[in-house]
Design a protein around this ligand. Structure first.
Ligand code: HEC
Length: 127
């Protein structure tokens, strides 16, 4: 475990402590609320249109533009332990159903805006 990851998890824990734990009846995802809650995901899943903020550490799947149901299902799978990635599990267990719905609604609409910039030439395969 590196320092960046540790401080990231500490931050997530802090956010989770402050957030109200109202979970039961999740309303349809609220993009605005999701945008704020997604601040704890940006460090790894990063800004819209990009795949990873720390490609030198590991590859993180792109979730911007993903279907909201898929995002919620993935988060629940981490929460229940069906998917085992340690940092995603740590994060998913702090999220209520409402948090997941909001975050998923936010990420789903992200890529409907202007297209992501094309990869720079040096990243394309050499022909
Ligand atoms: C510490 C870095 C980190 C943070 C913070 C983080 N993620 Fe992840 N996330 C990952 C990694 C790494 C994976 C790939 C794990 C795997 O292989 O299962 C992943 C996978 C996912 C997936 C599954 C994607 C797929 O295509 O299957 C979803 C959805 C997801 N994260 C959502 C979130 C959300 C929402 C947040 C914020 C609440 C978040 N993540 C915060 C690192 C992170």
């Amino acid at each position: 475990m590196n320092k960046t990851l540790l401080s990231m998890l500490a931050l997530v824990a802090a956010v989770a402590t402050v957030a109200p734990a109202a979970a039961q009846d999740a309303k349809p995802g609220d993009q605005k609320a999701g945008e704020i809650k997604a601040s704890m995901c940006i460090g790894c899943h990063n800004i819209p249109g990009y795949q990873a903020s720390f490609p030198e550490i590991y590859k993180v799947p792109k979730i911007a533009g993903q279907n909201a149901k898929y995002i919620v299902a993935s988060l629940n799978a981490y929460k229940k332990g069906e998917r085992k990635h340690p940092s995603m599990r740590a994060i998913a267990t702090t999220l209520s159903d409402q948090d997941m719905a909001d975050i998923a609604a936010y990420y789903e609409q992200l890529e409907k805006g202007p297209a992501a910039p094309a990869a720079p030439a040096e990243c394309r395969p050499h022909l």
